[in-house]
Write a protein that binds this ligand. Structure first.
Ligand code: C2E
Ligand code: MG
Ligand code: MG
Ligand code: MG
Length: 288
């Protein structure tokens, strides 16, 4: 069906419908079908104590296996899902899969850690979010302590008072919450105190600046230090995203941030690949 429709659309091509829009449209149709066919899969990336390699939690990251396009990255399909409303189907699929995975590991005797799931703004402000989440969880016999939600700074700022009340509801049910991509949005520091967050994730663009010629004297380095300081003053955990090198790891340890996610420690991995790491409780950290 998708192919037939695609050909028909090409015949209606006008300069107004530029290539990019057309591509978006095709992807949207394909994603709609893909969600129904179960083409969405999850990878899991550990968050580790970077001094020991101990795995503290996992982040669930969606992947789309399209039969012809191959593996489509979330940076392409999440924005489409968000702008078309498909995220309201995708989000629950991700949460359900993560909950079922927790259940599978639990019954197989695999030592589990909490799994963090990303929530888009559309989902955050959707009516009855807490009940929707609880229905999915209880179907899989998962407890709130086994889950965490990541909300980007810009999602929270879209409607800050509403966000505070929703997040307080989630928090009061026992879910851990973290603020994702911190530093890239416009959160005023005074709001940070009012958001019931347990963790702040430093956006990886700042970490990327640490490894260059400037040797820890870049603007990114200054921002990372400031966020670490903020976290310790507010009593909020700090997680660094996108750690790829020893230099970045050392910088974080030197400045008092011991938790990170990044290719240096582990890539996002399939459930099967992550299982032995969970059994070991830790990842190997290369020493140079
Ligand atoms: P995010 O939530 O900030 O996730 C972290 C991203 O950084 C992931 O990209 C991860 O693969 C990548 N990453 C981890 N370590 C490193 C590293 O050392 N270096 C570099 N360069 N990148 C690293 P990914 O999986 O492509 O996901 C991109 C974004 O798509 C996510 O950013 C998140 O905003 C969104 N996303 C992914 N899955 C979901 C989902 O299930 N629901 C929603 N709403 N959004 C999702
Ligand atoms: Mg995230
Ligand atoms: Mg992030
Ligand atoms: Mg991101």
């Amino acid at each position: 069906i998708a192919k037939g429709e695609g050909r028909r659309i090409y015949r209606f091509y006008t300069p107004v419908l530029n290539r990019r829009l057309l591509e978006q449209f095709h992807l949207e149709q394909a994603l709609r079908i893909g969600l129904e066919r179960g083409e969405l899969v999850l990878k899991y990336q550990p968050r580790v104590d970077i001094t020991t390699g101990r795995i503290l939690s996992l982040e669930a990251l969606a992947r789309w296996h399209h039969p012809e396009l191959g593996l489509v990255s979330p940076s392409r399909f999440i924005p489409i899902a968000e702008s078309t409303g498909l995220i309201l189907d995708l989000g629950p699929l991700v949460l359900r899969e993560a909950c079922q995975q927790i259940q599978r590991w639990q019954s197989a005797g695999v030592p589990i850690v909490p799994i963090a799931v990303n929530l888009s703004a559309n989902e955050l402000y959707q009516e009855d979010l807490t009940h929707r989440i609880q229905d999915i969880m209880s179907a899989a016999h998962v407890e709130p302590e086994q889950l965490e939600f990541e909300i980007t700074e810009s999602s929270a700022m879209r409607s800050i008072d509403q966000a505070i009340s929703i997040l307080n509801q989630l928090r009061s049910r026992g879910f851990a919450l973290s603020i994702d991509d911190f530093g890239t949005g416009y959160a005023s520091l005074s709001y940070l105190n009012r958001l019931p967050m347990q963790a702040i994730k430093i956006d990886r663009s700042f970490l990327a600046e640490i490894d260059g010629k400037l040797n820890g004297h870049s603007q990114g380095a200054a921002i990372v230090k400031a966020i670490i300081g903020l976290g310790s003053n507010l009593g909020i955990h700090i997680i660094a995203e996108g750690v790829e090198t020893q230099a970045q790891r050392n910088f974080l340890i030197d400045h008092g941030c011991n938790v990170a996610q990044g290719y240096l420690f582990a890539w996002p991995l399939t459930a099967d690949e992550i299982e032995p790491l969970l059994r070991a409780g830790r990842v190997e950290i290369p020493d140079h």
